[in-house]
Design a protein around this ligand. Structure first.
Ligand SMILES: *[C@@H]1O[C@H](CO)[C@@H](O)[C@H](O)[C@H]1NC(C)=O
Ligand SMILES: *[C@@H]1O[C@H](CO)[C@@H](O)[C@H](O)[C@H]1NC(C)=O
Ligand SMILES: *[C@@H]1O[C@H](CO)[C@@H](O)[C@H](O)[C@H]1NC(C)=O
Ligand SMILES: *[C@@H]1O[C@H](CO)[C@@H](O)[C@H](O)[C@H]1NC(C)=O
Ligand SMILES: *[C@@H]1O[C@H](CO)[C@@H](O)[C@H](O)[C@H]1NC(C)=O
Ligand SMILES: *[C@@H]1O[C@H](CO)[C@@H](O)[C@H](O)[C@H]1NC(C)=O
Ligand SMILES: *[C@@H]1O[C@H](CO)[C@@H](O)[C@H](O)[C@H]1NC(C)=O
Length: 760
């Protein structure tokens, strides 16, 4: 963690804090009068105050019930109740090309939409090292004779227009290596690190083989990484019907007739090694823009072996050839190693009679990608801003769910905010919108943007709100930094869950699940995990029992969305309402709307969980000063207790300040000045709370990830872990690392406990 230097603060905070930072406790009247008098010599500040005080007395002072929508929120929600254009945007977005770097028509359309909604609009390009597919092929050979050739195409369905035409995106993987390999093949289950370790233990030959992996459990790029590490020469990844709730084998009809997976569907996607670092693989930590970009060897974060996605229909005749060869999956890992592909008995192989020729031709180049930004200027321009983002690129011609449901919801949000501005309304804090390009390949647009503007964002960005798949199922899921829990919890009860009468989003959400931990796999990654900016991600997802969501397949289409997933686009509408209400809860309050105890409670929970997993025999092991681990853990827990009590007290103080703020008109002028500085003081602490978690050296072996509380798992990619340094040390059975990360965590907690201790 780096200490904040003064130039990292927003202008007004810096200005006021030169004098205020020294005020460590709630000051007495007398000190404040003296302070105010001395400050009044600073002309600029004096004027600023004057304006503030005057404006206070013009505002109304009715008491606010935080469980009710404000007038602004009511008006915002009413626009979205009265009209819902999400379906219109969805239809448009799914009808124009939008593979990363390829959708200039959509760039322009998005920009014109932002302009139409009154946003100050800008398009920015980055120059990215990336691939496009040229050709592919997959042939099963029996003693060198071709016996089956896979199509690697998805069936065209006449009723679903974006599943046909000559502009379909071929079956390929982003950042896949070109190659033409012929080899025997083996089944490697989900291709996790543990799966490969089990295969080695059972003596299954992997070197020089093609690995056939099923989708699921971990990010696909890591499947290819582990296969490459094991010496495999190529990878096929298929979707196993055994991983779906609805299955033809259980009598369910496949899409488009029913809820089961279409047998020809296949999942495109990136095979970049997401948990190493996202963004352009040749420029880790640096923006890929301009003529003098220094580019590294990309193979730290992308594979050297070719891979292809395949449908279960087409992998079936291949996998069947492994029956009776190698080791039976069930004897390696029980049910966990067995899917439900008809005809395949889940043997590992290889079968020396059969081999595969896997051919993959990719064209690599430096390609421009385009982000579109739109700004809704706030009236308190120095109070920081809120960034709302979604990606625009998709793997497929349609992509109604991923990401166009998110874009449709985001446009609806912009439209409704624009309606508010027609009556002269402006947000307090500026609200910015971003339509990212290249998310699918490696979170490209957002990561390059974050790397380019790192200092400015750390200074001025209060929160990043991400939506990606807004509608892919019917269950609302939210993952967030605890910093934003309060705004989320306040917004949820204000919105109806459209699929059940008289049920709010709050009840729908909290009766089934809870706010989750952010990992990776979408554009919040750079903001939270590289820059330490509070972020959230939300949307309706498929639960285990929802109709199969054809992720990154041609069947993620407008037709599917409009007829099966969200007829009437009501869930889209609910996301627009929720997203905007959360943004308003963050933008409108004078005092930043957060509760420090939400963070301290979560931190305590995470640490307790870690603590319970520490092996007994570690507890006596000492650090370099001779202190045993048991004592270090005890000390950390005590420090957490202290943080919890400081945070509770701080939150009470915030409540009190909020009350005073609402009653400001009845306060004498000098109390208003005092209140102003008290608010500046707490806002400063809140604004930079999340930044306290940055550890400049980053996580072990992946310095790009700098957040000590949240990261994606290094062996899973998507899934988020709390306290990754400690968690990985436990996983690696490395007590020295554990002690090291405990020290870093203890320092962080100490700093926070000090920062939020108002009694000191
Ligand atoms: C939205 O779509 C509906 C139904 O197709 C159409 O009647 C309406 O005119 C469209 N509205 C806009 C603003 O595009
Ligand atoms: C997109 O907009 C740019 C700049 O306004 C323009 O030069 C270009 O021709 C447009 N392209 C398309 C495909 O509309
Ligand atoms: C390959 O495609 C052709 C034409 O689209 C189709 O007739 C054939 O059944 C497909 N083969 C397989 C194995 O799916
Ligand atoms: C792939 O390599 C094989 C020989 O191993 C060759 O016969 C075949 O033509 C190659 N395929 C392509 C598309 O180059
Ligand atoms: C929903 O609420 C309305 C108004 O309170 C009531 O009339 C209606 O019966 C309720 N519906 C259900 C299904 O509870
Ligand atoms: C949520 O749980 C509460 C309490 O158990 C119950 O009263 C309510 O009906 C539930 N709502 C939904 C939407 O399940
Ligand atoms: C740790 O040390 C104490 C005191 O030296 C001893 O009684 C205890 O058995 C040790 N525990 C372990 C797990 O080694």
């Amino acid at each position: 963690m780096t200490a904040k230097s003064p130039e990292e603060y927003p202008a007004d905070i810096k200005h006021d804090l030169n004098d205020i930072e020294a005020q460590k406790s709630v000051p007495s009247k007398r000190t404040w009068i003296k302070k105010a008098l001395s400050l009044s010599f600073q002309v600029g500040l004096f004027c600023y105050l004057l304006v503030n005080i005057l404006s206070y007395s013009f505002s109304s002072s009715s008491h606010r019930d935080r469980s009710q929508a404000t007038a602004t929120e009511l008006a915002y929600l009413k626009t979205l109740d009265d009209s819902n254009l999400a379906g219109n945007w969805s239809e448009k977005l799914t009808s124009v090309p939008h593979l990363a770097g390829k959708g200039i028509e959509l760039v322009n359309w998005t920009a014109s939409k932002f302009e139409e909604y009154g946003l100050k609009t800008e398009v920015e390009a980055f120059d990215i090292y990336m691939n496009y597919p040229v050709d592919n092929g997959l042939t099963l050979l029996q003693e060198d004779e071709p016996v089956f050739k896979a199509n690697l195409t998805e069936d065209h369905l006449p009723e679903d227009s974006t599943t046909g035409g000559d502009d379909l995106v071929p079956a390929f993987h982003g950042y896949s290596a070109s190659g033409n390999v012929t080899a025997e093949f083996v089944y490697v289950n989900y291709g996790s690190k543990e799966d490969f370790e089990l295969l080695e233990e059972h003596g299954v030959p992997l070197k020089g083989k093609i690995a056939i992996v099923r989708y699921g459990r971990i990010f696909r790029g890591l499947k290819v990484k582990f296969a490459q590490d094991a010496g495999c020469v190529g990878v096929l990844i298929y979707s196993d019907p055994g991983d779906d709730f609805f299955q033809e084998a259980k009598g369910d009809k496949p899409y488009p007739k029913g809820p089961a997976r279409n047998p020809s569907s296949l999942q495109r996607g990136s095979v970049q090694f997401l948990s190493q670092f996202p963004g352009d693989p040749t420029t880790p930590g640096r923006p890929s823009q301009g003529d003098d970009v220094v580019r590294d060897d990309p193979y730290k974060s992308i594979p050297k072996i070719p891979s292809l996605p395949i449908s279960f229909k087409e992998v079936k005749p291949i996998l069947e050839k492994l029956n009776g060869h190698g080791v039976k999956g069930s004897s390696i890992g029980g049910d966990h190693w067995v899917g439900n592909l008809p005809g395949f008995e889940y043997w590992t192989g290889p079968n020396s009679k059969y081999s595969l020729n896997l051919y993959n031709e990719q064209k690599y180049d430096i390609v421009p990608i385009h982000n579109v930004y739109g700004i809704l200027e706030g009236y308190d321009s120095k109070s920081g801003y809120i960034l709302v983002g979604n990606h625009r690129d998709a793997w497929i011609k349609g992509g109604a769910s991923d990401p166009n449901s998110g874009t449709a919801a985001m446009l609806e949000m912009a439209r409704s905010l624009h309606e508010l501005t027609k009556n002269g309304w402006k947000p307090r804090r500026t609200i910015k919108f971003a339509s990212w390009d290249g998310e699918e390949y490696a979170l490209l647009g957002s990561t390059e943007f974050g790397e380019k503007n790192a200092n400015e964002l750390k200074k001025n960005l209060l929160a990043y709100l991400n939506v990606d798949v807004a509608v892919g199922g019917r269950q609302l899921k939210i993952a967030s930094s605890p910093f934003l829990n309060k705004a989320i919890k306040e917004a949820l009860p204000l919105i109806e869950y459209p699929l059940e009468e008289n049920v709010t989003l709050h009840d729908h959400f909290f009766n089934h699940t809870n706010i989750g931990i952010l990992g990776s796999g979408s554009d919040y990654t750079v903001f939270l995990e590289h820059l330490g900016i509070a972020s959230l991600d939300l949307g309706f997802s498929a639960t285990a029992k929802d109709p199969v969501y054809h992720y990154h397949s041609n069947y993620d289409s407008f037709h599917w969305m409009a007829t099966m997933q969200d007829p009437g686009f009501k869930l889209h509408n609910a996301v627009a309402k929720l997203f905007g209400t959360i943004a308003l809860r963050l933008s409108e309050d004078k005092i930043i709307n957060s509760k420090v105890s939400d963070y301290s409670t979560e931190l305590t929970k995470y640490y307790k969980h870690i603590q319970e997993s520490v092996p007994e025999q570690w507890l006596n092991i000492t650090n370099h000063r001779g202190t045993p681990l048991s004592k270090l853990i005890h000390k950390t827990s005590k420090k957490l207790d202290k943080l919890v009590s400081s945070a509770d007290y701080f939150d009470e103080y915030l409540t009190d300040l909020n009350k005073q703020w609402e009653d400001k008109n009845s306060l004498p002028w000098w109390r208003r000045i005092k209140l102003h500085f008290q608010i500046v003081h707490v806002n400063f602490k809140l604004f930079y709370l999340e930044r306290n978690f940055l550890h400049e050296e980053g996580l072990k072996g992946r310095p790009w990830f700098k957040h000590v509380v949240f990261a994606s798992g290094k062996n899973t990619g998507y899934e988020g872990f709390a306290l990754p340094g400690l968690k990985e040390a436990l996983d690696d059975k490395d007590v020295k690392d554990f002690i090291h990360w405990n020290k870093i965590f203890l320092h962080t907690i100490k700093r926070l406990a000090h920062e939020f201790d108002l009694k000191k």
